[in-house]
Design a protein around this ligand. Structure first.
Ligand SMILES: Cc1ncc(COP(=O)(O)O)c(C=O)c1O
Length: 379
């Protein structure tokens, strides 16, 4: 059987990785400014993460959620501490789509309502409800389209208020990425986020912050929504919280009381996932990675803004979108094959940087000098 190419982007066989570096099958080293698509938070094969998973698999790799597993409570406490949401409940699953699926379903159960507000260019995953709240015709199948989702323009306060005036009593949830990833590093304004918080509170709807890509410290705060000084009712998470071990989760506000049966999973919260997540939380604290994401992110952003031939540079911390006045594909290819640097993309013209949170100034300078050199060639 031949493997289906999910993202047939790069003809490079990656077999090993360490920190911010990945190695191909011929031993060639690449700087990873893409973080395996925002997944690598504490760094590839971080010793704390490796030891936690190895140690755990020697003790127990799996048991069903029908029993008490102390490691789950420990992992939840660690996530509560690092995120500042110690009073929230944690439900663990296996991916970002599954986290959003459960967040939306829980909002509907909690409110007894069936409408969801999502935003233009949003991406929430590929399971049925998550994809229904996604504004991307290339990935939403006809069967997933539903009248239960209203798409609103991002940062349009008047439209959001109108939607709530007309349908507020039927709205279960607003789901938003504080910084859109797939949509092109588009930022929700802090004022707009605060308006959504107020509307949700006034009308009894839940605010779901999709932090699958922008969360886990990537923006320099644990949750990207923290920059707006408000709290979500539900935070959905994945990617960085496992540093590559498949983990998804939702953090649920104490004002919501899911009854038994509303949320469930076989593999979610398994011991290996808990061990990986616990190691990530501890390392974020031990290595002050939120401060580093802010420091290096600010440095990269300000240096990029000085480069001639670059359009807007958007984002926060180590989630950066560089808008180019041309299709970025050829430049990204040269970055990879000539400069040995991985970056991501959003659409045709945006280069996306999502490196590990422990990236150093030297890594940043390496990227900047290669990027500047190639920009000169494409000018
Ligand atoms: C904001 C956001 N939500 C949800 C998802 C879906 O996550 P997963 O691929 O783990 O299902 C992604 C994945 O890129 C994402 O960026």
């Amino acid at each position: 059987m031949k493997m289906f190419d999910v993202y047939p982007l790069h003809d490079v066989a990656i077999v090993r990785a360490e920190g911010s570096w990945v190695y191909d099958d011929r031993g060639q080293k690449y700087l990873d400014m893409y973080g395996g698509h925002a997944v690598i938070s504490i760094g590839h094969t971080h010793p704390a993460w490796v030891d936690a998973i190895k140690g755990q698999i020697d003790r127990i790799g799996f048991y069903s959620n029908s029993v008490v597993m102390p490691l789950q409570a420990e992992a939840a406490r660690a996530l509560g501490r690092v995120s500042g949401r110690e009073d929230y409940q944690l439900f663990m699953c296996n991916s970002g789509a599954e986290a959003n699926e459960n967040a939306l379903k829980l909002a509907s159960f909690h409110t007894g309502r069936n409408l969801v507000v999502a935003f233009d260019k949003s991406f929430h995953g590929r399971t049925s409800l998550a994809v229904a709240a996604t504004d991307n015709p290339a990935i939403v199948a006809p069967v997933n389209r539903t009248d239960n989702v209203i798409f609103a323009p991002l940062n349009d306060t008047a439209q959001a208020e109108m939607i709530f005036r007309e349908s507020g009593q039927r709205i279960a949830a607003v789901i938003i990425e504080p910084i859109q990833g797939v949509g092109g590093i588009r930022m929700a304004d802090d004022d707009f986020l605060r308006t959504l918080r107020r509307l949700c509170t006034d009308y009894g709807a839940l605010l779901i912050s999709d932090e699958v890509q922008c969360g886990c410290g990537r923006s320099g705060r644990y949750f990207a929504l923290d920059h707006a000084g408000i709290e979500a009712d539900i935070y959905s998470m994945a990617k960085g919280i496992g540093n590559g071990f498949p983990v998804g989760a939702i953090a649920i506000s104490p004002s919501i009381a899911p009854r038994s049966g509303m949320l469930g999973t076989t593999f979610g919260g398994n011991p290996l996932a808990c061990a990986a997540m616990l190691a990530v939380c501890q390392t974020i604290e031990n290595e002050a990675l939120l401060a580093n994401a802010t420091r290096i992110g600010d440095y990269l952003t300000s240096r990029l803004r000085e480069l001639p031939g670059v359009g807007q540079v958007r984002g926060r911390g180590l989630m950066i979108g560089i808008e180019l006045p041309f299709d970025s594909a050829a430049l990204r290819k040269k970055l990879l094959f000539e400069e040995k640097i991985f970056v991501g993309a959003s659409g045709k013209t945006i280069v996306r940087l999502l490196p590990a949170l422990g990236i150093t100034r030297q890594h940043a300078d390496l990227f900047l000098s290669s990027f500047e050199k190639l920009l000169g060639e494409f000018a």
